[in-house]
Design a binder for this molecule. Structure first.
Ligand SMILES: *Cc1c(COP(=O)(O)O)cnc(C)c1O
Length: 375
């Protein structure tokens, strides 16, 4: 196919081979787990079946990456990428604001295999650089972060990593491949929980890692051992979802901005965390690296009882997970950060009154009205 550059066109057309036999427009679902071995050996756990490949081509195009792998979950993408690059005795430098699953995996799995790690504040890059050790093999960042929407300077981290020849991974889930393309800023590997914006309909679980061909082959070699591949039917659903990711995320960007502005002006709200607000401490960095929008995630502190507020919402649903077409809300104390002690939460700046909103594609005025009546 002719090379297309607009994300709108890429999301629809890249990876589409259609159905030459019957003239159908869409890729058929190829459920085969057995293929002729004379040419390329295809096998679901080799991450190279037609439906897996179609998804990878789309996400890689949207991320300006050479290649990628489709996994059965975001954690499979993250852990397989890390284990493919690390060995016992190595050190990983993480930013200290991380998805709970990644945080916990570092404390348990990496530790158990003799891989050291440090979690450091990355808002001060000099301080972050000082945490690098002679055995640091990997730097892992995540931006915007959960649930306070803190912003990491992607280009700044990539520059430091290059200086020390350290491989970098970013969890790009919150921004989605529409808003932020970390490989353009010198990051080596971008991972997504495809369960969120890539799937986008709160009905499937998958993960993606994109990088250079060379790095992807290295990760694939381990991935074939760990085996976290996605089956053809789910892969087809992911491909279908990706055709609308750009318009979905554009609407979510717009809605989130409108809600963030409304909340900022609302006297019943204490604090609003959204990187698209000019008073966000890292607004300038966010504007530079989130080229197409500031995303659909925001959080805020409510003055009144959060439980009562949540009960009164009619349109916005109380749920874990995020990135779906429907707006959902969660209380981090009860969900993502329930395992932390009160002191740890205080240090992380997560109050009991903090609420995290995943903005959907509904009408912004109706979402705002729902919040207004609940307040
Ligand atoms: C959900 C999530 C993950 C884990 O993804 P799964 O698909 O649940 O395995 C990782 N990182 C972030 C930022 C997430 O939101």
């Amino acid at each position: 196919m002719k090379k297309v550059h607009s994300k709108l066109t890429q999301s629809v057309h890249v990876g589409s081979v259609g159905d030459p036999q019957f003239g159908g427009l869409v890729n058929p679902i190829y459920p085969s787990s057995a293929y002729d071995y004379d040419t390329l050996v295809r096998y679901p756990r080799y991450f190279n079946t037609p439906n897996q490949t179609a998804v990878v081509q789309k996400v890689a195009a949207l991320e300006n990456a050479e290649d990628g792998l489709l996994f059965s979950s975001g954690m499979a993408a993250i852990m397989t990428s890390m284990f493919a690059l690390l060995k016992s005795g190595d050190h990983v430098l993480f930013q200290n604001d991380l998805y709970g699953g990644t945080h916990h995996a570092a404390l348990t799995e990496l530790k158990r295999y003799g891989i050291e790690h440090t979690m450091t504040d990355v808002t001060d890059l000099k301080n972050f650089e000082r945490a690098i050790r002679p055995n640091t093999k990997l730097i892992f960042i995540e931006t915007p972060s959960n649930p306070l929407l803190k912003i990491t300077d992607i280009g700044g981290v990539a520059k430091i990593a290059r200086k020390y020849k350290i491989t970098t991974i970013i969890d790009n889930t919150f921004a989605s491949p529409v808003n932020q393309n970390p490989i353009d800023f010198g990051i080596d590997i971008a991972t997504h929980s495809g369960t969120k914006y890539i799937g986008g309909h709160s009905d499937l679980c998958c993960g993606v890692a994109v990088a250079s061909k060379k790095l992807i082959e290295k990760i694939r070699a381990s991935a074939m051992h760990f085996g976290g591949s996605l089956d053809a039917h789910a892969a087809y659903l992911v491909e279908r979802s990706l055709k609308t990711i750009v318009i979905r995320v554009q609407q979510q960007n717009k809605n989130a901005m409108a809600i963030a502005r409304f909340l900022s002006a609302e006297s019943k709200i204490n604090a609003v965390h959204y990187p698209g607000l000019k008073d966000h401490p890292s607004y300038a960095i966010a504007k530079r690296q989130m080229k197409n929008g500031f995303g659909g995630m925001l959080s805020f502190e409510i003055k009144s009882d959060p439980e009562k507020f949540l009960k009164k919402l009619k349109l916005i649903r109380k749920a874990v997970s995020l990135g779906g077409v429907e707006s959902t809300i969660a209380q981090p104390v009860k969900t993502s950060h329930a395992k932390l002690t009160a002191q740890e939460r205080k240090e992380a700046g997560i109050s009991d009154k903090l609420l995290r909103l995943s903005v959907g594609i509904e009408d912004a005025a109706e979402l705002i009205n729902d919040i207004k009546q609940a307040l």
